[in-house]
Design a protein around this ligand. Sequence first.
Ligand code: PCD
Length: 790
Amino acid sequence: MSESDHPAEKRVFGEAIERDEDVPLLTGEATYTDDVQLQGTAHLAIRRSDHAHARILEIDTSAAEAMDDVVAVYTGADVEDSGVPNTIPTAWMLPGLVTPQYRMLAVDKVRHEGDGIAAVVAETPQAARDALAAIEVEYEELEHVTDPVESVERDVPPVHEEAEDNVAFDFELGDADAVDEAFADADRVASVDLRQPRLIPNAMEPRTALADWDVATEKLRLWMTSQNPHLHRMLLSAGTLGIPENKIQVIAPEVGGGFGSKIYHYPDEAVTAWCSMQLGRPVKWKASRMEGYVTDCHGRDHTTSAEIAVDDDGSVRGIRVETHAGLGAQLSQFATATPSYLYSTILSGEYAIPAIYCRVIGAFTNTTPVDAYRGAGRSEGIYVIERLMDVAARELEMDPAELRRTNLVSPDEFPYETAAAVIYDSGEYERAMDKALEHVGYDDLRDRQAELREEGRYLGIGVANFVESAGLSPSGLAGDLGAQAGGWESSIVRFDSTGTVTVLVGTADQGQGHRTTFAQIAAEELGVDVDDIDVVEGDTDQIPQGLGTYGSRSASVGGGAIARGAREVREKAREIAAHQLEASVDDIEFDDGEFHVAGAPDRSYHIQEIAAEAYLGHDLPEEMDPGLEATNFYDPENFTFPFGTHVAVVEIQPETGEIDLERYVAVDDCGEIINPMIVEGQVHGGIAQGIGAALYEGAAYDDDGHLLTRRMDEYAVPHSTYVPDFETDHTVTPSPHNPIGVKGVGESATIAAAPTVVSAVVDALEPFDVDHLDMPITPEAVWQAMGGEE
Ligand code: PCD
């Protein structure tokens, strides 16, 4: 925005205004999918496999069908016979990708615990659930595998016949020869083998769907817990149900958290829609918490060996990374993009690394499918490079912060093309790093650490730098990488005749605060009060096109589309004002909502008065159409690359191995900040999730392939008392790639926090020669690493 248009003291963009959405969300007034009530609704429950891997020999539904209040029972064969396309398509192709057919309900085999086999529709939710147990399924159990390395290395019956060796893809990035040379020439080499466990997203609201097939118009309305209603509309139409896209309306009302788990086009919501089509009445499905644990996508699941080549002066010469990424039993929409491109292209971190090579083997296993989880791919990648920095620092006997600093990309190198094939937009890495280290008092802490060690106390200081590819655009780049969807976003900015504004946008909030921040963007551009702006998302009939909210793209891509749309509206209003003021458009200035002739501020029209005029249409410039609205499609030039430095301070209790997380300092740079309070909230939540990964969380399977961590008291999401008060700060390095200079922030802190905390714990254990511990680092693991005996 040009300086003259918006005097600094009047800015709304950048203000910590309170979240507009919170009162209804917190008082229960807001409408979630399950709050939507339609007359005559029947209820769906899904019978799921309790085997990890088995052939289905026979399904007998007769007893269930005979039960009270049961309306219908359907199997996978019924769905297949109905003639719908019946595929859950993958939205990201990779070279050589094996794409087995993925159906709404299993037909021949079950491939993981929780795989859907049959659908019961009944008059009440209870009747539907009760009937599940009456369905008799005869299985022939097959050997199963839950670990991604074992799945390709051990001789096991394949999860899919199409992939004999369980390999879905074998992906490479970078220059293997250049890396070999770097390793041959470098003074030293350090390496680390690591495991990033499966994480379970744990959104507060379980997945829910309500489908209403209108027999008269042959139109499907589907309310669902979705991060991307338009993508769901597209995938349902083409791949799954075969309904024309213009006959589907997907509505995502309030969504209670997603964290990546509500991007996926799951079979269950599609089954709900299919049942409604069969019965011609509304059908509702709601996952129980436990059902969510075995069917909501999981995240991460990487087993990695990584090496780094460094010279004695600390310069990094190259890195080599090989990963087995567990995909689970099916290819979800982004399962293929996350461990391949999103992972490998961020391996350079904040550093100028001349040679990078990465290989990823995507492995099918008999587990819940993996898809995006906060930080998807970038978390896994930054974890690897930051662990490598720590082991290299040990090898060189160099301070780990110093080694990092030595290798930072410097501000004059931007745009910076990494050896991992992406171009970073902008960055002042050292500034953020200095700020974090100063804030925490790094040098003093190192002195204190040395003193305490004398007393047999173990303080650890962990530092991690991160950079993140956020935005997932432009479309051309996404397409080159294999995306089966674009990278743009779409907005409609519309004045009414009374001067209020509706901003419609194709993103879909799950708690991020779009209603507030997007109103701030429009208010800034239009010079109207935020209270006069209504932000609408999540309904494909209201905002016809969009892609959704994932990859921390809404502020930069959605916000960019809103700013551009608002500017177009403002320019049309300027023309109308010029006409009214009998002046030339070029002479009209815009100042806090008022148009006036340059040098003559006394006679002016407010943009809201102009809106009235635009709809009256009595006296518009010649050849101008009435109305004051704009539709915008915005396809940015590049991703945005937020970055920052996080520092954690821990003390280990030698008697028990307990880890006291004493301090946590985060300096983030997400470019221009729309709302500092919301950004801070995003950072807080993100840190908590990263700490969860580092110290507490991890899905575990038993020997039968059953998920052991299937309840909230078994899967350890950190409580508020497990985390310290966060000390946050930021720097501002605008992105040159969008009209408002913002970068994403939604995933940043999760990406940074896991390596930071692990680094701190391992740092504390230096006197015990420990140079790595896998997540989640439990007190027991620490205690053993310190030489504790069983
Ligand atoms: N912002 C501001 N400024 C800046 C940036 C941003 O202010 N610079 C803000 C905005 O506007 C918003 C937020 O902040 O409101 C965020 O943003 P972003 O970054 O753009 O993002 P988004 O797109 O919106 O979102 C997404 C993200 C993600 S991705 C995730 S996981 C997570 C996060 O977000 N999730 C969640 N966060 C959150 N929060 C909540 N509450 N919830 C949830 O769920 Mo993925 O891909 O899906 O894995």
